[in-house]
Design a protein around this ligand. Structure first.
Ligand code: SF4
Length: 161
């Protein structure tokens, strides 16, 4: 394993509570020795301050897209990534982060000034509204067992190229 090139990982959080990030770091507590040999965390702000935005074998996306900047950043990540994984309900179905999409007309009118002030999208988008998603890991937050299974399957697939 140590002789193989490391798999380049990006971990990105958009509009959400970042609980999937916490789950990932909890899983890392048990697997850091093998992950250290296998993964090159190029961009993961929860793990380091010197983040590199070049190319990724696997990009993990948590959270929903709430602004035009989010949409552009997500497209950029997609262009740099072999595999893009949506983690958690906010990324996969846009909820609960996008609750304002279901507001009544009156409720929407009452927050309109905030959308203008913060340059937010009229409607919050899920990841697949913007880019192609290769793998989904559902849950709010995601299930650590499923996360590990999907990560291991991706490693196997990338190693077989
Ligand atoms: S899916 Fe749930 S746990 Fe994950 S970021 Fe959204 S609100 Fe938080």
């Amino acid at each position: 394993m140590a002789d193989l090139p490391k798999i380049k990982i990006g971990w990105f959080s958009f509009s959400c509570c970042e609980d999937n990030t916490i789950v990932m770091t909890e899983v890392m507590n048990d697997h850091w020795q093998e992950w250290k040999e296998m993964f090159d965390f190029r961009h993961a702000r929860v793990l380091k301050s010197n983040n590199i935005m070049d190319e990724f074998d696997i990009a993990f996306i948590e959270g929903a897209m709430a602004s035009p900047e989010h949409v552009e950043k997500l497209k950029d990540i997609r262009n740099r990534s072999k595999k893009l994984v949506a983690v958690g309900a906010c990324a996969i179905v846009g909820m609960p982060a996008g609750q304002r999409n279901n507001f009544t007309a009156e409720q929407k009118a009452s927050i309109d000034y905030l959308l203008t002030r913060f340059g937010a999208l009229t409607d919050v988008k899920k990841v697949s509204d913007v880019v192609k998603v290769d793998v989904e890991i559902p849950g709010c937050p995601m299930d650590p067992k499923v996360f590990l299974e999907k990560v291991n399957a991706l490693v196997k697939e990338l190693r077989s190229y």
